[in-house]
Design a protein around this ligand. Structure first.
Ligand SMILES: Nc1nc2c(ncn2[C@@H]2O[C@H](COP(=O)(O)OP(=O)(O)OP(=O)(O)O)[C@@H](O)[C@H]2O)c(=O)[nH]1
Length: 199
């Protein structure tokens, strides 16, 4: 979610971009860990259910620096959208939860959605796989993740393991890239609309 603020940099007045990323997903699916590893390079094994939190970090993209406002929502209530790639959660559940999520409607209406499959390392966990099989379930595959992305009209499906710090940076780089592209698009549309209104 892009926002603009004025800033002064290197003696020149220039527009500094602020971007907003809201993370929603099931309780315990790994949202806080994803944020902690990205912002503090720190992974906690212990599960502490979170309440709504905000943190701010800076990100560099194509030589420019942007402010990333990161919002972590409480999973118990139910964008980057996260789900655990090995949980009982099926892609259809994701679809329903995403579309029904008040956070999505409140924060992300009309904006870029990235679906994230978390804890991919657990796909290799044999004990967990047995547990899932015994209840007739399977870990979610990459293909299922991609299908869900199409269903929910997300722009992108990415997978990560916060525990092993795999693909974490990529998620926020993609979020930055796509938020910037969305800003550009909406500015163009506004300019077009403004021109029409004057006529
Ligand atoms: N194996 C593995 N465990 C993870 C990973 N990411 C998070 N966990 C564990 O999963 C548990 C829940 O992670 P959180 O990041 O707190 O989950 P959350 O989505 O923020 O949960 P809520 O605060 O309830 O919304 C913790 O015990 C983490 O250590 C991962 O990539 N791999």
């Amino acid at each position: 979610m892009p926002q603009n603020v004025s800033g002064v940099s290197s003696g020149h007045t220039r527009r500094r971009e602020e971007l907003k990323v809201v993370i929603v997903g099931d309780g315990g699916c790994g949202k806080t860990s994803l944020l902690m590893v990205y912002t503090k390079k720190d992974f906690l094994e212990k599960y502490i259910p979170s309440v709504f939190e905000k943190c701010v970090t800076k990100v560099r993209y194509r030589g420019d620096e942007f402010r990333l406002n990161l919002y972590n929502t409480a999973g118990k209530v139910l964008y980057t959208h996260a789900f655990e790639s090995t949980s009982a959660l099926t892609p259809d559940n994701v679809l329903i939860k995403v579309l029904d999520s008040p956070e999505v409607h409140h924060f992300c209406h009309g904006l870029t959605i990235i679906l994230v499959g978390c804890k991919t390392d657990l796909r290799k966990d044999k004990a967990l796989a047995r547990k899932l099989w015994s209840s007739g379930q399977n870990p979610i595959t990459y293909i299922q993740g991609e299908e869900t992305k199409r269903k929910i009209k997300a722009e992108l499906y990415l997978e990560c393991s916060a525990k092993y710090k795999e693909n974490v940076e990529d998620i926020f780089r993609e979020a930055t890239k796509r938020a910037l592209a969305a800003t550009k698009k909406s500015r163009k549309a506004k300019r077009r609309n403004g021109f029409c209104a004057l006529l």
